[in-house]
Design a protein around this ligand. Structure first.
Ligand SMILES: [Zn+2]
Length: 323
């Protein structure tokens, strides 16, 4: 992406840079149309004329809905929030190690907490990994409990006290992590699963881990069902030891630790229905941790196009808007 010379590198310079809406708009044009040619989102025609007073384009061919704004076809579609605020929100969330609450975003940008909450949920959609590439190599697989009282409980206690997803609002989160190689940093995929049964866990592994990989887990019986024709599997029994040579799940334990710090400290009451969005957010920051702030911001920005999340879709069940 071609950015202006003075493209910001720190939070403060980003806030200043994008406070100028013409910078924010110029940046959006680069993101939207990297080749500099505006195109109609309906018919893809580039025979469009720009109406500078209203900052909209008009398509020569489309009869209905011939005018379009630069936000159409992105997570910003239909949002009255100005672009500069969106860019700052994306900068904040992609670089906040422990996450950032809608209250903080609201204060930083001068919008209401409710507006900030909605912005954050849309941004989390942009942070969702678009990759369908399976993880390969040496893989750790593990699951943990989030929400309810389980969040404060040590894994050893939890394993004894909680089996599957109870009625008290605990969710099961499953993760797979590919260990670092000389070329690549470790990478995680985390998702909400129905329960800790063999069926739920193995389905995710098969979906996300390439054939021929070596999988390390704890002694949870579900992993005993891993297909030996597809993977090699070794387990470490946490009742006896946590590490046996290369066989351990410390990479994922570290990720769970970061996740829970964010959930407990910043997102005090995450609704189970929205939990996957927070997993996407935490996974994004973890997977892109080798980039600097501006790099992580640009990576996040790449996800805004072709995605949409409406207020109605987010709040159809009257979900809590607190975090
Ligand atoms: Zn058109």
């Amino acid at each position: 992406m071609e950015a202006a010379n003075e493209f910001p590198e720190t939070l403060q310079s980003a806030m200043e840079y994008f406070a100028d809406e013409s910078n924010a708009f110029a940046f959006m044009r680069q993101v939207r149309w990297p080749d500099g040619v505006a195109a109609c989102p309906r018919c893809q025609s580039s025979e469009v004329s720009f109406i500078s007073t209203r900052k909209v384009w008009e398509c020569k061919y489309c009869k209905v809905g011939k005018q379009f704004s630069i936000k159409v076809g992105t997570i910003f579609e239909d949002s009255p929030i100005r672009l500069g605020k969106w860019w700052c929100a994306i900068w904040l969330i992609s670089n906040a190690k422990n996450g950032i609450s809608s209250c903080e975003i609201g204060r930083a940008l001068g919008v209401t907490q409710k507006t900030a909450w909605f912005m954050l949920q849309r941004i989390r959609l942009a942070l969702q990994s678009g990759s369908i590439m399976k993880l390969r190599g040496t893989i750790e697989a593990d699951e943990t409990f989030v929400g309810g009282k389980a969040v404060n409980m040590h894994k050893r206690e939890r394993a004894e006290k909680i089996k599957g997803r109870g009625a008290s609002g605990k969710a099961v989160v499953m993760g797979v992590l590919s260990r670092a190689t000389r070329k690549n940093a470790s990478k995680v995929h985390a998702m909400v699963v129905k329960n800790t049964d063999r069926e739920s866990l193995l389905a995710e592994i098969e979906k996300r881990v390439a054939k021929g990989s070596a999988i390390y887990t704890d002694a949870h019986h579900a992993y005993g069902g891993l297909d030996e024709a597809i993977y090699t599997h070794e387990a470490v029994d946490h009742a006896i030891e946590y590490v046996r040579g290369k066989v351990h799940t410390n990479g994922l334990e570290n990720f769970w630790c970061l996740l829970k710090r964010a959930l407990k400290g910043t997102y005090v009451s995450v609704n189970a229905e929205h939990l996957f969005r927070y997993l996407d957010e935490q996974s994004f920051r973890f997977n892109e941790r080798k980039l600097n702030d501006a790099g992580r911001f640009l990576k996040a920005v790449a996800g805004i196009i072709g995605r949409r999340l409406t207020y109605l879709a987010l709040t159809s069940n009257g979900q809590c808007l607190q975090t």
